[in-house]
Design a protein. Structure first.
Length: 173
């Protein structure tokens, strides 16, 4: 009977110790992950030169990347919101990215995005967009000093985007 108690206590001690090690190891692996950095890619500009993301860091402004698709109805609404509120993004480097040149032309016909100011309008192939790990459209990424601070999927009204930027940067835009 005494031996049975000792074995049960020993088993419980080993089990708790192993679980503690596993939990600590998992938490350590999460904290050891490296920051997601702004990739060194070139986006095709429209009505301007190409946009080299690493060079955009030299502007010393947060970078907001908005990924839009012509086949996405939410993207069309978000494009109009970006266009109508482009004056709000003076202190950020806002880059709008559409999936390819053909889609961009269709997109421009349906929105006034190409007439706006305060953002750069670009297009990139799916391979480049996949490099950003975009799961769907619309998506928005916020970078500061080249490090990803926030990834947002789905349509985002300008008020929510402004709030997210302020939260990420602890400052007004």
């Amino acid at each position: 009977m005494m031996l049975k108690r000792v074995v049960i206590i020993l088993f419980a001690f080993v089990f708790i110790t192993l679980m503690t090690i596993i939990i600590v190891k998992d938490n350590k692996s999460i904290s050891d992950k490296t920051d997601v950095l702004l990739p060194d890619v070139t986006l095709n500009g429209i009505n301007s030169s190409d946009v080299v993301l690493k060079k955009e860091l030299e502007l010393k402004k947060p970078i907001v990347l908005s990924f839009l698709s012509v086949e996405c109805s939410h993207c069309k609404f978000q494009a109009m919101d970006i266009y109508n509120n482009s004056d709000l993004y003076k202190n950020v480097n806002h880059i709008v990215i559409v999936e390819n040149h053909d889609s961009l032309n269709v997109f421009l016909e349906k929105t006034n995005l190409h007439k706006g100011d305060g953002y750069k309008l670009t297009y990139a192939g799916f391979e480049t967009i996949d490099g950003f790990n975009i799961k769907g459209f619309p998506s928005t990424l916020i970078f500061a000093e080249g490090v990803l601070l926030e990834e947002i999927s789905g349509e985002m009204k300008v008020e929510k985007l402004n709030l997210k930027i302020r939260e990420c940067l602890n400052q007004d835009i």
